[in-house]
Write a protein that binds this ligand. Structure first.
Ligand SMILES: NC(=O)c1ccc[n+]([C@@H]2O[C@H](COP(=O)([O-])OP(=O)(O)OC[C@H]3O[C@@H](n4cnc5c(N)ncnc54)[C@H](OP(=O)(O)O)[C@@H]3O)[C@@H](O)[C@H]2O)c1
Length: 337
């Protein structure tokens, strides 16, 4: 914990108009709607982050109409600590609003030592969710994902485990993340056979990473499930953060993060040109990059990260201009090709 963790906070009263501006999109053909922007707790919510700032970010998110908070067992560091942070913030600010929130968690990557702490086995998925629920002090999550395909475990076992988790009432819906189009098709078939629909696919998608356009998005659309795009700003590359070098407190400067400083060098020329296109649209680069993803109505929600409430506020303003002219689309396409 850092200084400011004990700064006084007034009792939280959410903005009365919080549902007025945020668009909500149907998650495929399900009955669930998600906000156009969701917030992820992968970074900035661990044990060593400023708890007061975590609280401010989530209060700001909810005030902006962001009802969906996305977690995973291993978010931190250390693993599990983002879920603990959320549990504390729920106690302090959000328990009365539990039914206005859509909270997800995941398991798949390594979480604890030994053969039962990673992968896609029933043993791992069920016990990891029990641990996540304890850390967040929740009776159920709204959505539980298999985080990463595990080719060592039969897909029948993984899908079967998710099905029983729903039947036990520990998750209302289930989803998959990082599955290829072939793996997704296989899983969806099994979910259908078991009678538990797969709500959504969580996949990395940004102007700089468009792998989902090679078949997965079409499958998602045809099957009528949702798609939530993670790292939509390429972890901050698609913002003004790196236009003048690598700031000390940024993700690229953090040796433990997954954003290499070399990526900044590699992408800088494209970032600079895209920032000019955004300026012409009267948007920040972040706003344009987020709006660009939402132009496809198969994208249910865009899952952003933020290290401050100000970033979040800036990003959500993207909803003021979600339209792209043909000319703009063409220019962007040429830059990011
Ligand atoms: N399923 C999976 O395998 C998987 C994998 C990764 C992520 N996710 C989910 O997706 C969520 C979002 O991922 P992400 O954090 O990589 O998303 P992102 O939105 O691409 O990146 C967020 C980072 O970009 C920077 N940023 C955001 N808005 C900015 C602005 N207006 N101006 C300047 N910089 C800005 C901040 O970096 P600084 O910290 O430098 O300020 C922020 O922490 C995660 O929290 C997690 O829930 C899922």
């Amino acid at each position: 914990m850092k200084a400011n963790d004990h700064a006084p906070f007034a009792a939280y009263v959410p903005e009365a108009d919080r549902y007025e501006n945020m668009p909500y999109r149907k998650c495929g053909r399900s009955g669930v709607q998600l906000p156009a922007f969701s917030i992820g707790l992968w970074h900035n919510f661990g044990q060593f982050d400023n708890f007061g700032e975590c609280r401010n970010i989530l209060r700001t998110a909810f005030d902006l109409g962001i009802t969906h908070f996305d977690l995973a067992n291993n978010y931190g560091p250390p693993y599990g600590s983002a879920e603990e942070t959320l549990g504390r913030i729920l106690d302090l600010d959000f328990r009365p609003y539990r039914d206005e929130l859509f909270i997800s968690s995941k398991a798949g990557y390594d979480m604890w030592p030994g053969p039962y702490g990673y992968g896609g086995s029933r043993k791992y998925l069920v016990s990891s969710l029990d641990q996540s629920l304890k850390r967040m002090n929740l009776d159920y999550v709204d959505l539980y994902y298999h985080h990463f395909p595990d080719t060592e475990t039969p897909i029948e076992e993984t899908v079967g485990a998710l099905d029983s988790i729903v039947r036990q009432g520990k998750a209302l819906y289930v989803g998959i993340s990082n599955y290829s189009d072939t793996q997704t098709a296989e899983a969806l078939k099994l979910f259908k056979e078991l009678g538990t629909p797969c709500l959504i696919h969580q996949a990395r998608y940004s102007m700089f990473d468009r792998w989902v356009e090679d078949g997965l998005l079409d499958l998602i659309g045809d099957e009528g499930i949702g798609m939530i795009a993670f790292s939509p700003l390429a972890q901050g590359l698609l913002t003004n953060r790196y236009l003048n070098g690598i700031p000390e407190n940024s993700r690229a400067a953090d040796a433990n993060s997954h954003l290499e400083s070399d990526s900044v060098k590699e992408y800088l020329p494209k970032i600079q040109v895209l920032a000019k296109v955004a300026e012409k649209r009267d948007q920040s680069l972040a706003q344009m990059a987020l709006a660009w993803l939402l132009r496809d109505d198969r994208i249910t929600s865009v899952l952003i990260g933020a290290s401050s409430p100000e970033q979040l506020k800036e990003n959500v303003k993207a909803i003021d201009n979600l339209e792209f002219s043909q000319e703009e689309q063409k220019i962007i396409q040429e830059i990011i090709a």
